[in-house]
Write a new protein. Structure first.
Length: 261
C-alpha cells in the first residue's frame, strides 16, 4: 500500500481534512484473488472517498460479457461516506462501465461533476473521458473550475495524467488523480521507468505525488498489468492501492508540502 500526504492550500488548519483511496488500473481479464485483495485493502482503510481512475477489464466484448457479472460483484463492496467514483480508461468503454456499476455504489463520471459533503467539507469532483482534450472534457474542466470557487476541495479524475498539461496555470483544481502509466511497470534503480506512455515528466509518471504545470498530481502505479502491448511483469514497481490524506499545508506534522515554488 502507498500513502501520501497532499497539502491543500485553502483548507483551514483546524480542518480534519479527508482521505481518498485510489484503485487504478485493475486491468484484469478475469477476477481473481489479486483483484479481490485490492478491493479488501481499500475498504480496510475506511476512506472518505474512493476513486478508480480507469482501466478495469481488458479483453474483447465477448470476454467482457462472459465476466461482466463477476466484475460487478468485485466492485459491489466498494463504499465510502463521500462516494465511489470511476472514470473510463483506455481499455474501457462507457457502455461497459455503465453496465458493471449498475446496482453498486460506484458512480461512473463521464465528463461530469459531482458536489458532495464529507467531514464537513464541500468537495467537488470532476471526471473526464480518456480524450481529455475533447470539447466535452474541456467543458467539464471549466465547470469544475467554476464550482471549485465555492468548494473546500476540488478533485479532477482523469485516466491519463497528461491532462495536467492542458490545464491553465493556476488551474483552480486542487488535485488531479490519474493512473495509466503503471509507474512504467519496470523501473531501474537510480533511473526510474524506461517508458510511461505519457507526456508528463518521467519522474511524475513513475508514480506518486508531484506538481506538474503548477497543479498537484497523484499518479497511481496501479493494481494490474498491461495485457496487450507490454510484457505482463513488474520490476521494482510493485502494484499498489493508495491512500491520500488531503490536509492543510500548515499541519506540518501530517502533511508534506506539494505546493509549487
Amino acid at each position: 500500500m502507498e500513502e501520501a500526504n497532499i497539502a491543500i492550500e485553502r483548507l483551514d488548519p483546524s480542518s480534519p481534512g479527508m482521505t481518498v483511496a485510489v484503485l487504478a488500473d485493475l486491468q484484469f481479464s478475469r477476477v481473481g484473488d489479486h483483484e479481490r485483495k485490492a478491493i479488501e485493502t481499500a475498504m480496510a482503510l475506511k476512506p472518505d472517498i474512493v476513486v478508480l481512475p480507469g482501466d478495469v477489464f481488458q479483453g474483447d466484448d465477448n470476454a467482457f460479457q462472459q465476466h461482466a457479472d463477476e466484475v460487478s460483484r468485485l466492485l459491489a463492496p466498494l463504499k465510502a461516506p463521500g462516494g465511489v467514483y470511476l472514470v473510463a480508461g483506455d481499455c474501457d468503454t462507457p457502455e461497459r462501465l455503465r453496465q458493471v456499476v449498475r446496482g453498486t455504489n460506484v458512480s461512473f463520471l463521464f465528463n461530469e461533476t459531482k458536489r458532495i459533503r464529507v467531514r464537513g467539507l464541500r468537495v467537488v469532483i470532476g471526471g473526464v473521458e480518456v480524450e481529455y482534450d475533447s470539447p466535452a472534457s474541456r467543458r467539464t474542466i471549466r465547470r469544475l473550475r467554476e464550482a471549485s470557487r465555492t468548494a473546500d476541495v476540488s478533485l479532477l479524475l482523469s485516466h491519463r495524467p497528461g491532462v495536467v498539461l492542458s490545464l491553465d496555470s493556476p488551474s483552480g483544481v486542487d488535485l488531479v488523480v490519474s493512473g495509466h502509466t503503471h509507474g512504467g511497470q519496470v523501473q531501474i534503480p537510480g533511473i526510474g521507468p524506461l517508458v510511461t506512455a505519457s507526456r508528463i515528466p518521467r519522474s511524475a509518471g513513475a508514480g506518486g505525488a508531484s506538481v506538474v504545470n503548477g497543479t498537484r498530481l497523484y499518479v497511481s502505479r496501479g493494481v494490474g498489468c498491461e495485457r496487450g502491448q507490454a510484457p505482463r511483469l513488474r520490476l521494482f514497481c510493485p502494484p499498489e492501492v493508495s491512500l491520500l490524506r488531503l490536509v492543510s499545508p500548515k499541519v506540518r506534522e501530517q502533511a508534506s508540502d506539494f505546493l509549487p515554488d
